[in-house]
Design a protein around this ligand. Structure first.
Ligand code: SF4
Length: 407
C-alpha cells in the first residue's frame, strides 16, 4: 500500500464554504436550520442563538471522514445525497473532508486501497469512521471480501485509528435486514464487530441526514460527543416516541383507525395502529424531521405504518402487521384537531411551514407544540437576524474605514 501523506483537513468550515462558492446566506441558513431543528441536547446548539452556532461552526476545522460500506442497500448514502432542505448534499462536502467513500469515489482497485491508507495515515487518531451496513462475520462465509480482506478485518483495521465510530442506519446499528433469521452471513452490528472504540448508533432506514451532520459538527466545533441513550443513540434525536409527536395521534386517542390500505379512514389520515404501526414503541424523530425538505414526507405522513427501524427488537423482528403493546397511553399535550380529517389540517400547516423553511421549520413547529408556553423560532427569523447583524457589521466597518481615511 502507498503511504504517501495528504494534508490533514486544517481548513475551517467557513473558508471551505467560501472557496466552494456557497453564499453566505446559504451558510447562515444552514446554521439557523441546525439551531432550530436541534435546539436542545447538543452543546453546539443548546441555548445558543443562530449567530453563536454560525460562529462555532464557521471557525471549526473540517472533520476527516472515512466511510465504509458493507451489507446494506446504500439507502443511507442515497438519503444523504437526496436531502434538499437544508441543502445537505451541497453543504456536506464543505463541512466534512470526506476522504474515503467507496460508493462515491471514482477510484477502484489498488488506487482505492491507496486512498484509504492515505486517509488513515494523514489523520491517524482524528478521523471519524462511518460504517454503513451490517458486518458479515460468518467464520467460513467469505462474504463481503474486498482487497483480500473480509469485512470484519477491514472494519477493525480502520476503526483502530479512528477518533470514534458512527454506525449509520439500522443495518450498522443493529444488523438490520441482513441479520434477519436465519442470518446466513452471520451479519452483526458495528458495535459488536469493533472493540475499544465509542460507537454511536444512528439507526433508521435511513436516518435523517441532519442527525449525522449534527454529530459530526458537535465533534468538530465543540470537541465532544452527544449524550447517548442506553442503546448508543444520541438523545437529541432519539428521546421521543414517534407516537408522541405523530400528526395522526389525535385519531388514535379518539379511537379512529384505518383498517385496510386505501379505505376511507386510511385516505382521511386516521391512525395506522391497526395496520401494524410500530410508532408506540419506536424512539425516533421522523415525525418532526421530515425527509427531503418536504413537510409530511416520512412513512406515517404518506400512509405507511412505522416499522420500528430505530429499535433493535422491533423492525425485522416483529412481523409487519402484528400489533404492538401500548406503553404510553397518556395523550400528548398538543394534538392535531380530530373534528376534521388529519391530512387536511396537516396540509394547511405543511403549506405554511413549507413556504417558510422546509424540514427545519417543521421541526421548529413541532418543537413549539411539545413545549407548552414556548415559541420556536423559525429558520427565516434566525436567518433574518443573522443577516441584519452582518449588515450592521459591514456598515460599522465602512464607517471605521471612512474615519481612518479622514484622519
Ligand atoms: Fe401515529 Fe402510528 Fe401512533 Fe397511530 S399508532 S398515532 S399512526 S405513531
Amino acid at each position: 500500500m502507498n503511504d504517501t501523506k495528504i494534508d490533514a483537513p486544517q481548513e475551517s468550515i467557513l473558508s471551505a464554504f467560501q472557496s466552494s462558492g456557497v453564499s453566505r446566506r446559504a451558510f447562515l441558513r444552514f446554521c439557523a436550520g441546525l439551531a432550530v431543528s436541534a435546539p436542545a441536547g447538543l452543546a453546539l446548539t443548546q441555548n445558543a442563538s443562530a449567530q453563536t452556532v454560525a460562529e462555532r461552526i464557521g471557525s471549526a476545522r473540517r472533520p476527516s471522514v472515512i466511510w465504509l460500506e458493507f451489507a446494506d442497500c446504500t439507502g443511507c448514502t442515497e438519503s444523504l445525497l437526496h436531502a434538499s432542505e437544508p441543502a445537505i448534499a451541497e453543504v456536506l462536502f464543505d463541512i466534512v473532508s470526506l476522504d474515503y467513500h467507496e460508493t462515491l469515489m471514482a477510484g477502484a482497485g489498488r488506487q482505492a486501497e491507496a486512498a484509504l491508507e492515505r486517509a488513515i495515515q494523514s489523520n491517524r487518531g482524528n478521523y471519524v469512521l462511518v460504517v454503513e451496513g451490517a458486518i458479515p462475520s460468518g467464520a467460513t462465509s467469505g462474504y463481503a471480501r474486498t482487497a483480500s480482506r473480509d469485512a470484519l478485518e477491514t472494519v477493525r483495521a480502520v476503526a483502530q485509528d479512528a477518533a470514534f465510530v458512527v454506525a449509520i442506519g439500522s443495518c450498522a446499528s443493529w444488523g438490520g435486514v441482513a441479520s434477519a433469521a436465519p442470518n446466513p452471513s452471520g451479519a452483526i452490528p458495528a458495535s459488536q464487530a469493533i472493540a475499544g472504540k465509542t460507537v454511536i448508533n444512528l439507526p433508521g432506514c435511513p436516518p435523517h441526514p441532519s442527525i449525522l451532520l449534527s454529530v459530526l459538527l458537535e465533534h468538530a466545533a465543540m470537541h465532544r460527543l452527544p449524550v447517548l441513550d442506553g442503546a448508543g443513540r444520541p438523545r437529541f434525536a432519539y428521546d421521543r416516541l414517534i407516537h408522541e409527536d405523530c400528526p395522526r395521534r389525535g385519531h388514535f386517542d379518539a379511537g379512529r383507525f384505518a383498517t385496510a390500505f386505501g379505505d376511507d379512514a386510511h385516505r382521511n389520515g386516521w391512525c395506522l395502529y391497526k395496520l401494524g404501526c410500530k410508532g408506540p414503541q419506536t424512539h425516533a424523530s421522523c415525525s418532526t424531521r421530515h425527509f427531503n425538505g418536504l413537510p409530511n414526507t416520512w412513512p406515517v405522513g404518506i400512509g405507511a405504518p412505522c416499522i420500528g427501524c430505530t429499535e433493535q427488537d422491533v423492525a425485522f423482528r416483529i412481523p409487519l402487521f402484528q400489533l404492538v403493546d401500548i406503553h404510553a397511553a397518556t395523550p400528548a399535550e398538543a394534538l392535531p384537531p380530530i373534528a376534521e380529517p388529519a391530512h387536511r389540517s396537516q396540509t394547511a400547516a405543511a403549506i405554511a411551514i413549507g413556504g417558510m423553511a422546509g424540514a427545519a421549520g417543521t421541526a421548529a413547529w413541532f418543537a413549539a407544540r411539545r413545549l407548552p408556553g414556548t415559541k420556536a423560532r423559525t429558520v427565516e427569523e434566525e436567518t433574518e437576524e443573522l443577516e441584519a447583524l452582518s449588515l450592521r457589521e459591514a456598515r460599522e466597518e465602512d464607517t471605521d474605514a471612512a474615519d481612518t481615511e479622514r484622519r
